[in-house]
Design a protein around this ligand. Structure first.
Ligand SMILES: [Ca+2]
Ligand SMILES: [Ca+2]
Length: 213
């Protein structure tokens, strides 16, 4: 059946017809606004959760590393146990993490990161040009960092570092860089081992740098 429109009532019909009512209706506006805002809001929430999770992980890691460094500094300290303790403390926060541990020992705080003494005659900051050096750590070569790998001995100063890589629990969609595996690192600044025996100092063996470094 063909509907006939009453031309004479057209202005009134348009003003009061279903299209006009639909245009005036506010019933769907809330749903529409929600549909527009919800994705943005959820992304923001995920981002906030992700930041909070990362900050919590970093704080927990720093606390765990400090504790492990203290126990490693004792005469009875077991470095493997200390590392395992870090992993155990972190497991609840970052369950899918992987860890890298490193310990470098020095005789004193002032030695952290310094090179072995050498006569840098050409002033290039390298041990070369047949320059003389002091093989203080006795390993037969010049070292830019005098530190020795490991937990050292009695009275030594140890820099303990732990690097943790993990995949974020609250991955933010559409932002690949925020969903990538990321790394947290914590360093216990220097802890001195207990003086449970006489400390071994640095040696004074002489050496000659290679001509080409
Ligand atoms: Ca030089
Ligand atoms: Ca050396």
């Amino acid at each position: 059946m063909i509907a006939h429109t009453n031309i004479s009532c057209l202005p009134i019909c348009l003003a009061n017809g279903p299209i006009a009512k639909l245009r005036q209706s506010e019933a769907g506006s809330t749903a529409l606004e929600f549909a527009l805002i919800a994705p943005v809001f959820l992304l923001m929430l995920l981002g906030i959760f992700d930041l909070g999770h990362m900050a919590y992980g970093h704080a927990t890691l720093n606390g765990a590393v400090q504790e492990a460094a203290r126990t490693s500094a004792l005469e009875t300290g077991d470095t493997e146990e200390a590392d395992d303790r870090v992993v155990a403390l972190m497991k609840a926060v970052l369950p899918n993490a992987e860890y890298e541990f490193s310990r470098v020992s020095y005789v004193d705080f002032n030695d952290v990161g310094r090179p072995e003494a050498w006569n840098d005659s050409n002033g290039d900051g390298l041990c070369n040009n047949d320059e003389n050096y002091v093989d203080e750590n006795g390993n037969g070569t010049w070292d830019k960092d005098i530190g020795e790998d490991g937990n050292g001995g009695a009275g030594d100063v140890v820099v303990y570092e732990v690097e943790v890589s993990y995949s974020p629990v609250f991955a933010v969609p559409f932002f690949a860089s925020l969903s990538d595996r990321r790394t947290l690192s914590a360093t216990t600044a220097v802890k001195r081992n207990q003086p449970f025996a006489a400390q071994n100092g640095y040696g004074s063996s002489a050496g000659v740098c290679a001509a080409d470094g």
